[in-house]
Design a protein around this ligand. Sequence first.
Ligand SMILES: *Cc1c(COP(=O)(O)O)cnc(C)c1O
Length: 486
Amino acid sequence: MQTIDIKTTSKLTPITKPWMTDLMSNQVVLNELVVKYGSPINIHNLKTFSENIQNFKDVFSYFNIQSQIYYARKANKTKALAKQALANDIGIDTASYNELKQAVELGGKDNSVVLTSAIKTEEQIYLAIANNVTIIVDNDDECQLINRIAKSISKKAKIGFRISGFLINGKKLYSRFGFDVDTVVDYIKDNVGSDKNYNSLTVIGLHFHLDGYSIEHRGIAAIECMTIAKILRDALFPITFVDMGGGILINYLKEESEWNTFKDQLIQQTILEQEHLTFKGDGLGFTKEDDKIYGKLDTYPYYNSINGTNFLKEVLETKHPITQISVANMAKENDIELRIEPGRSLLNGVGITVSKVAHRKKDSKGQYLVGLEMNMTQMKTSSADYLVDPYVLYNNDDDKEVENSNPVDVYFTGAYCLERDIILKRKISLPKLPEVGDLVVFVNTAGYFMHFFETEAHLFELSKNLIYAPEKQVSLLNFIDDERII
Ligand SMILES: *Cc1c(COP(=O)(O)O)cnc(C)c1O
């Protein structure tokens, strides 16, 4: 086996949008923003969001199929993005009462909103039915409740059935969500319709949202759903759409080689039981037992050569194993509207998180710890680490000084009184040690990272969300506090 150097901290260079690099070169304004709004701040660019929407629309136009895109609202908390989604003529995928209520208040109704919550309360259901919003159902208890509520207000509820358990290479894909693919047709035929138990439900579509990021699995699931749609239509259920959910991959990193090197290094570190690359030698999913390496990288796959629109294209080009008809052609031939619910991929390049350096210290192992005015919940997803290099903006930074200064390796630490509040578990190599008041910028954080697990422990305030519309001359006036969006 080739020897892998784990003592040199590898780079994971991010892909950045021009608005991000322009803004980062304007440190005076960023400093002012942190003074005004506190640290960290999340800055969003709506133009990039609109471009992402248009790019997905173009894919569907290319295939000439009926489609609808729903922005998965849960991936980011700002209201401005929900508003922008509607302004760009796409819908909003909501998963709580407040998400649904906000979408409705912004003018969403009928086909511009869908309700997909994991737990559906009566108030969500009332609001959805009142606004003619399709509800994606997950189990029999929900059907019963929705039917009762619809009947009580003499309305019909528009329903999509969430389906799971697709057979992939002889194995069922497990999910805690949805009706099983093998029984859903009988269930609908037995229970839904004017002469059945659930006579206030109208089934108009089928839905799936797969865990993981397999193109093939999405293609197979879409084909299965369209096959079921045909069967249900023959039984006179007015199925119009198949919703393929989200999970469209994005690419965070410039260099595949950096990504591969890091993964190799991580395994090597685990084999050698050392701690050069990650805090306390965290294997980020890899463990060693009895001299064997177990596990797999427990993070988002940050490098992806197939991502965004190409990912969607490949799903649409996936062929039925027997008929050899593609997802796109099957949708066209059967007059089925294909829907997607992208969260992360619509937010690609849309946001950055800016944080202020509070202190530097050397720990008892001789490692530099750089304390930031933020906490780990403000840069977190279910992923074990954010494997993308941040930028440090030095307030005192004539180039000469950087050249003469000593590069250092640091860990960024957070404000929660927990040993494990390490903002990035990965060690970061910097041209020189930051000073108190310098800024650290994490790029491409709008999809989940900045918001999804954010908490208010210690009574810390939630981070401020700003909407940034670039102008030639950048000033505080270009930033709008999301709380002021109406
Ligand atoms: C989370 C979720 C999405 C969005 O997933 P992304 O990976 O952000 O695209 C879409 N639909 C449903 C039902 C979800 O639960």
